[in-house]
Design a protein around this ligand. Structure first.
Ligand SMILES: Cc1cc2nc3c(=O)[nH]c(=O)nc-3n(C[C@H](O)[C@H](O)[C@H](O)COP(=O)(O)OP(=O)(O)OC[C@H]3O[C@@H](n4cnc5c(N)ncnc54)[C@H](O)[C@@H]3O)c2cc1C
Length: 387
């Protein structure tokens, strides 16, 4: 298990941390997050200035280059102050640059990656349907029918985060129903969000309120052949590589939230007084800190290890499921303890614990639920598939 990061990555982490502290103070992120369905353009613009959308995109396609380790370091560092708002960056990173980078043709890479790197093209992921997110294949009703020069898409997606701000949607649809295995006959499309026939509604939700999650309705939407991503009918297999990357980025995001919880908790323990001195002298509260610190260290080792596997192109489906499950549960438990440490102020909308708590809770449900991730991990030990 290789868990160390090299000198270049460490330098990148230090530089990013300083930049995040200056550009994304927690109070500002808290205010942005509270504005439901209001895309934080100023946040996006700062990411553009830093070149953040080019992280992980090869230089030949206009990106900054950089490894998956750097992508996960960046996800962690911005989530430390921005919490779930960091998905403003993350969604295009895993659904745009990674999906096109992994699955696109040379023409698609040349056309779209430079635009993504420059921050001129936003993407969103429209996989989940109202009929089921865990049983994605069983619940999938969206169809893609071949027509002259392209495809006609019909169906409904749910929870497509940032779809209402995106230029392109990554859509999975069933293109062939006559298949032996239900994972066959699915195709992946890169669909302009402004296409005729697409309508959306923004859904109210518990956390990450500024990053709208949407129902997306597709009614006879024409998608030209050149916007098929990967091989026709093999979209499910094509989607797996970016999906594992999405799990890793989400794990790193959770780790960043845990970092934010820990620093706020320690600060409060040193400055809040009760019974004649700082509450940080109480052993019960010190144990909370020790637990959070142990989760932080475990999460960090696992994130670096999984990033390394993805960089090397080694099998990583199980590790990606593990790291996402561990980090989301650690972040969620840490934020809960953080609320206890801050007492009433932990529940206040004027501090960040409640934001970390709301945002990290989501990542136990999606992008894959932790129950389903555990099924996958258990199955890798030769146990029968439970579903
Ligand atoms: C805020 C938010 C943002 C999202 N963003 C996106 C996005 O950008 N793009 C996108 O495509 N999707 C997105 N999703 C969808 C997300 O991936 C799904 O919600 C998730 O996969 C769970 O699916 P579901 O909600 O349909 O729950 P269900 O599949 O109905 O599951 C309900 C419960 O049953 C459990 N369950 C189901 N099957 C099994 C089984 N075999 N074994 C054990 N337990 C099982 C689940 O773990 C869960 O606890 C988002 C969701 C939310 C809430």
């Amino acid at each position: 298990m290789r868990t160390e990061i090299d000198e270049e990555s460490e330098l990148f982490r230090e530089t990013t941390r300083k930049w995040v502290d200056k550009q994304f103070p927690k109070a500002w992120c808290r205010e942005l997050e509270s504005k439901e369905h209001e895309f934080p353009q100023a946040f996006w613009d700062k990411l553009v200035d830093y070149g953040a959308h080019g992280i992980g995109i090869p230089e030949e396609y206009g990106g900054l280059g950089g490894t998956i380790t750097m992508q996960s370091i960046f996800a962690r560092e911005i989530a430390r102050t921005a919490g779930g708002l960091s998905w403003i960056w993350g969604v295009t990173s895993f659904s745009g640059s990674k999906a096109i980078g992994y699955c696109g043709t040379e023409d698609q890479k040349q056309k779209y990656l430079p635009l993504i790197a420059e921050g001129k093209l936003k993407t969103a992921m429209s996989y989940t349907e109202p009929g089921g997110g865990t049983d994605l294949l069983g619940g999938m009703k969206t169809s893609a029918q071949k027509t002259d020069g392209g495809w006609r898409l019909n169906g409904e997606k749910i929870w497509s985060t940032l779809a209402s701000n995106a230029d392109y949607l990554l859509v999975l649809a069933r293109s062939d129903r006559e298949v032996a295995k239900r994972s066959d006959g699915i195709s992946m499309f890169f669909v302009p969000a402004a296409s005729e026939g697409i309508t959306m509604t923004e859904l109210p939700k518990l956390g990450m309120r500024a990053a709208s999650s949407c129902s997306v309705y597709l009614e006879d939407v024409f998608v030209p052949d050149e916007l098929l991503l990967g091989e026709e009918g093999k979209g499910w297999y094509t989607s797996l590589k970016p999906l594992n990357n999405e799990r890793l980025v989400n794990a790193a995001t959770c780790l960043g939230m845990l970092d934010g919880v820990l620093e706020d908790a320690v600060e409060h323990l040193k400055t809040r007084n009760a019974f004649g001195g700082p509450i940080g002298r109480f052993q019960a509260l010190q144990h909370y800190v020790a637990d959070i610190a142990m989760w932080q260290k475990q999460g960090e080792l696992m994130v670096h290890h999984t990033a390394r596997l993805q960089e090397e192109g080694a099998p990583n489906a199980v590790e990606s499921a593990m790291v996402k499950t561990l980090c989301s549960e650690y972040a969620s438990k840490a934020a809960d303890l953080g609320i206890s440490i801050l007492g009433g102020m932990g529940y206040s909308a004027e501090t960040d614990m409640q934001r970390y708590w709301r945002d990290s809770r989501l990542l136990r449900i999606g992008p894959v639920s932790n129950e389903m991730a555990r099924n996958q991990i258990a199955e890798s030990f030769g146990l029968p598939r439970s579903y």
